[in-house]
Write a protein that binds this ligand. Structure first.
Ligand code: GLN
Length: 306
């Protein structure tokens, strides 16, 4: 029943891919097939359903920000976090610079936008940036239950070569003392985390864990604390689709995180984890067909948390 539903919804919504465009500001991402669309669902009994290009690899991009955030929450108190980064929604784009100067005492508004994610890496435990990066990468593999996850080198190099907006954000934060590490080292970790290659199945698996309050679907073991899962889902709901989060809360109503690689990780609490992939993006950098597919699914299965 779920399988047939996914297949029919996917074909019904594929035409939306034509209304969006693949990201071109990271040249390597522009090579993606804009008409791809895939979905994977993990229900909490561990059953997996999928349709379309669900097993086509793509880069996590901003979806990695939630795993960085989970590590930050494991390694810090909320008070330490709030000294550097808040959890306030932003009405500007994910790579906006303006708020860093004019608002919030130079702290990034939230960890789901680029400035907040770059500053978050520094708050992760580790002797140096390399160890912090390794901790986050291992956490991605652990939560997705897939030890073979790796960085896509071409996307990483493409980001590194063209990431001047992120450099601007990071150097500005260094000038205000928001970050203290070597800027290029921190950016290098950020670019690599954005370039981690996954499939819809990997992100559905992470989403299912969040849906299950951090307990493994396999044996009920606690892999992430319930408290951290609750915080992450709250911030995903208010900030996960950047300045598109409000409209998305109305149309879909699920804690979610998007990335410019075309992925969206969506959590239906106590029901299922969902991963979608459609690299044609809307103007805010969210998967055009992915959002439509999730909207239709949330409507048909009455998934909205509101
Ligand atoms: N790597 C991308 C960037 O830094 C991530 C942005 C995103 O997915 N929204 O611009």
């Amino acid at each position: 029943m779920m399988q047939e539903l996914l297949e029919s919804m996917l074909e019904e919504h594929r035409h939306w891919t034509k209304m969006g465009a693949v990201a071109t500001y990271i040249p390597e991402l522009s090579k993606q097939d804009s008409e791809s669309l895939g979905i994977c669902v993990y229900d909490l009994t561990g059953e997996v359903y999928h349709a379309g290009e669900w097993d086509k690899p793509f880069t996590m991009q901003s979806i990695s920000k939630i795993v960085t955030f989970m590590c930050v929450l494991q390694d810090n108190t909320m008070d330490t976090l709030y000294k550097k980064i808040t959890v306030a929604p932003s009405s500007d784009g994910f790579n906006s610079i303006v708020n860093l100067e004019t608002k919030n005492e130079h702290r990034p508004l939230n960890p789901m936008i680029n400035s907040g994610a770059i500053a978050s890496i520094e708050l992760v435990k580790g002797k140096n940036v390399e160890e912090k990066y390794e901790r986050i990468l291992q956490m991605i593999r652990f939560l997705a239950d897939n030890p073979s996850i790796e960085v896509n080198q071409s996307v990483y190099l493409s980001e590194k070569e063209t990431g001047d907006r992120n450099r601007a954000l990071a150097y500005f934060m260094k000038s205000t003392g928001t970050i203290e590490s070597d800027v290029e080292e921190l950016l290098d970790a950020y670019f690599r985390l954005c370039s981690v290659e996954i499939t819809c199945k990997d992100i559905a698996s992470i989403a299912a864990l969040l849906a299950n309050d951090g307990k493994s679907l396999r044996d009920g073991r606690e892999l992430m604390s319930k408290k951290i899962c609750k915080t992450v889902k709250a911030v995903m709901t208010t900030c996960g689709l950047y300045d598109g989060s409000g409209e998305y809360a109305v149309s879909v109503g699920l804690p979610s995180k998007s990335g410019v690689g075309g992925g969206i990780l969506a959590v239906s609490p106590h029901k299922m984890g969902i991963g979608v992939f459609g690299p044609a993006l809307d103007a805010k950098g969210n998967s055009m067909a992915g959002v439509k597919l999730l909207e239709s699914m949330a409507h048909r299965l009455e998934l909205s948390i509101f």
